[in-house]
Design a protein around this ligand. Structure first.
Ligand SMILES: Cc1ncc(C[n+]2csc(CCOP(=O)(O)OP(=O)(O)O)c2C)c(N)n1
Ligand SMILES: [Mg+2]
Length: 384
């Protein structure tokens, strides 16, 4: 028996409970926004069925360009040895992060992974913060204590990830449980990779969110690799969205390189979650065009694969084509936006470079609550 998960407004909880009691329950995933094949000679664009205004589309375009160009600047700084640690790119995946985060309200929470720089920008993080963070500068959000997206702002609904894959799912679940107890109607958007979706923490967090009907939306990024391991060598499911059946929640597949589709599917999930109907798993089909990090030479990738995605399925090229074809904007307008983004990056880069490195003593602050640090430490490091 299969169940088509439909989003309707009538008594969803009772209806779903009734379905759950049926024997042989199996969930079918919604593929309305899944990637479609294009006819020979045709180029990919984006879905036209959208509620976004022209102004919002141009804002999305700005975020996409900002993401790609900030990452290019970080690579540039890395080659000048100004970056501390690795550089993780989202090249080719920008639409997944930008489109999904754009569906949130300002007070909603997100927890990104390393491929979701675009979601950070949508959430209000500025390029200067990211650039200073990558260079471990004192003015960076973690004051040089950590790198790339590993920082957070509770008051801005931005929960930076820890490195341990999967662990942010139960963290976000806990945040949402806390929010419910405080009678706040926020939703939480958590990102996970195909590799991360094979961890125990992912299953436990998802299960708890599902059974508690917490407003958790998880974007599972199918980007073909976890480090150098192809997805089919680390999970037996063909689609990550099938994992929704394990939790009894709706599963969606979306074309992760179509920024409008990513927005629309997440918007539906947000409305569903915010109205008390529970968690949603969305799988975004995309492709990681760079290695795990900048040092990775991708020798394990079959010949021609990266070039294929670059030529035929680049999310920014697709969106540009869409904007021009639909007459949302002329090429000059898009160039103007790009030039403005570039200006912002130049300015922010200069600011970040001008920051001092942190003072060594700073390492002991902001780690523990200094007011409750054991007295033995106080005279020596904290109250010097
Ligand atoms: C629990 C755990 N196991 C292993 C690692 C090491 N590790 C860091 S990133 C990574 C690959 C992640 O792949 P995926 O989840 O597909 O995300 P992607 O990098 O493709 O975005 C691994 C294995 C880790 N950080 N945490
Ligand atoms: Mg992956």
């Amino acid at each position: 028996m299969t169940l088509i998960v439909a989003m309707t407004d009538e008594k969803p909880r009772q209806r779903r409970d009734a379905r759950r009691r049926r024997p042989g329950f199996q969930m079918r995933i919604s593929t309305k926004y899944a990637p479609r094949k294009v006819a020979d000679g045709q180029s990919r664009s984006c879905i036209k069925d959208t509620s976004l205004t022209h102004e919002q589309m141009l804002e999305l375009y700005r975020y996409l360009k900002l993401t790609r160009l900030v990452e290019e600047r970080i690579v540039n700084l890395y080659r000048q040895t100004k970056v501390v640690g690795g550089v993780y790119r989202s090249l080719g995946q920008e639409a997944t992060a930008v489109g999904s985060a754009y569906a949130l309200r300002a007070d909603d929470f997100i927890t990104p992974i390393i491929r979701d720089l675009g979601a950070c920008f949508v959430k209000g993080i500025r390029p200067r913060e990211i650039l200073a963070q990558y260079m471990a500068k004192a003015w960076g959000p973690s004051g040089g204590k950590d790198l790339n997206v590993h920082f957070g702002y509770m008051d801005r609904g931005f929960i930076g990830p820890i490195s341990h894959l999967g662990d942010m799912i139960p963290v976000m679940t806990g945040i949402l449980l806390g929010a419910r107890m405080q009678q706040k109607d926020i939703v939480g958007l958590a990102y996970i990779g195909d590799g991360g979706a094979s961890t125990g923490a992912f299953y436990e967090g998802m299960n708890f969110a599902a059974v508690q009907r917490l407003p958790l939306i998880v974007i599972a990024e199918y980007n073909y690799y976890a480090y150098s391991t192809p997805t089919n060598l680390q999970t037996a499911v063909r689609n990550l969205a099938e994992k929704a059946a394990a939790f009894g929640i709706p599963g969606y597949i979306v074309d992760g390189n179509d920024v409008i589709a990513c927005y629309e599917v997440t918007k539906q999930a947000v409305d569903y979650a915010r109205t008390g109907r529970g968690a949603v798993l969305i799988e975004a089909k995309t492709y990681r065009r760079k290695g795990h990090a900048e040092h990775d030479d991708q020798r394990y990738v079959p010949e021609g694969e990266i070039e294929y995605w670059e030529k035929h399925n680049d999310p920014i090229d697709r969106f540009e084509r869409f904007l021009l074809d639909q007459k949302v904007a002329a090429k000059e307008k898009l160039n103007e936006i790009t030039a403005d983004v570039q200006r912002e990056i130049d300015e922010d880069s200069e600011w970040a470079e001008s920051s001092p490195m942190p003072e060594p003593e700073g390492a002991v602050y902001g780690v523990f609550d200094n007011s409750i640090v054991p007295p033995a430490f106080r005279p020596r490091v904290l109250e010097k």
